[in-house]
Design a protein. Structure first.
Length: 325
């Protein structure tokens, strides 16, 4: 559209209006003109938005790469959130069999990136969710270990700490689930698992640091004899509800975007809901609307649901392992 012509038409019509309606106040044509410019501006802005969101959508559906390019193009918070929040398109996979003491080792340090997990382990589950959410099923190969019948080569050749998870990458093996989810987020492609906002990043660090105390508080209550949940465990769950109330822009710990913090807590909350429900007849969602919604939203994320075991399996394993009634 020829804006000059368009504006000219306005000026002309305003001049006409000015001459033919002498009773109107003199500034009227200028106000009218300003309004016209504003309308053109908003119209163009809108077109930009639509086009931009389409680009973001297209990118998200064809490539798991988070749209670093989009970030540099323009700072449209709304659009950037749409692009960064979307998980990489989830590819269902057949899970590899669990390796036992009689299984031969994989060809370690052959350049393949391997994530060693046990399907039952909540710490390993954290890293598995991060890997899935970023769409790295082809880039990071899962290797499942039987913790009850561990292959000796795992400790000797892979990870001397002999725990899961561990990650074999670039000829090195690293451990510790909280370090690994950060490592996976920063060293691989896929949607970012930490927002750019420094306030949210600082809050993420606080929540990640608190996760061990949270797990301890609840788990000791689960292991304790007696039918009632401890006051420490109730306080820890209340604290989670409070943390989930911090940002209003979404159901997750950091607001709208699913993040490392949700990943750190999800496997444990999943188990605590089952164990406390069964052993202490305690519903963790009762009176905790934010926690209720958070669990519902988590269960819409395939990268997470693909890592879940049947509640009965988790319950039976834990009861047996800790000799619980
Ligand atoms: N702090 C570690 C804990 C990992 C951990 O304790 N994993 C358990 C399985 S859920 C394990 O490998 N246990 C074997 C052992 O302790 O021998 C992390 O966050 O990765």
């Amino acid at each position: 559209m020829n804006i000059d012509k368009f504006a000219g038409a306005f000026i002309n019509s305003d001049s006409w209006l000015q001459y033919s309606l002498p009773l109107l106040p003199v500034p009227f044509p200028y106000a009218y003109w300003l309004l016209a410019i504003a309308r053109i501006f908003f119209y163009m802005e809108d077109c930009g938005h639509i086009l931009y969101e389409k680009e973001a959508g297209d990118q998200a559906s064809v490539s798991p790469t988070p749209t670093a390019e989009l970030f540099s193009k323009r700072d449209f918070t709304h659009t950037v959130l749409m692009a960064s929040v979307a998980p990489a398109s989830f590819v269902k996979e057949e899970l590899p069999p669990t390796l036992t003491s009689t299984s031969p080792p994989p060809s370690i340090f052959d350049g393949t990136t391997r994530l060693y997990v046990a399907y039952i382990c909540p710490y390993a589950q954290r890293t598995w969710i991060a890997r899935n959410y970023k769409g790295l099923q082809d880039k990071i190969k899962l290797v499942a270990i039987d913790l009850g019948d561990r292959p000796t080569w795992y400790k000797e050749k892979v990870y001397p700490e002999n725990k899961v998870p561990s990650l074999e990458h670039n000829n090195e093996v690293k451990g510790e689930s909280l370090d690994l989810i950060k490592y996976i987020d920063t060293h691989f492609e896929g949607p970012s698992l930490l927002p750019d906002d420094p306030a949210k990043q600082a809050f993420a660090e606080e929540l990640l640091a608190y996760s061990d105390s949270f797990v301890k508080a609840i788990f000791s209550s689960i292991l304790a004899k007696g039918a009632d949940i401890s006051t420490d465990a109730v306080a820890a769950l209340d604290k989670l509800e409070e943390y989930l109330s911090k940002f209003e822009d979404g159901p997750f710990f950091l607001g709208r975007d699913f993040s490392l913090v949700d990943i750190a807590y999800a496997p444990f909350v999943e188990r605590f809901q089952i164990f406390l429900g069964d052993l202490k007849k305690y519903d963790i969602t009762n009176g905790r609307p934010k926690l209720t919604t958070w669990i519902e939203e988590l269960n819409k994320i395939e990268a997470y649901t693909a890592t879940k075991l049947e509640p009965q399996v988790l319950l039976a394993y834990t009861k047996k392992r800790f000799g619980l009634a």
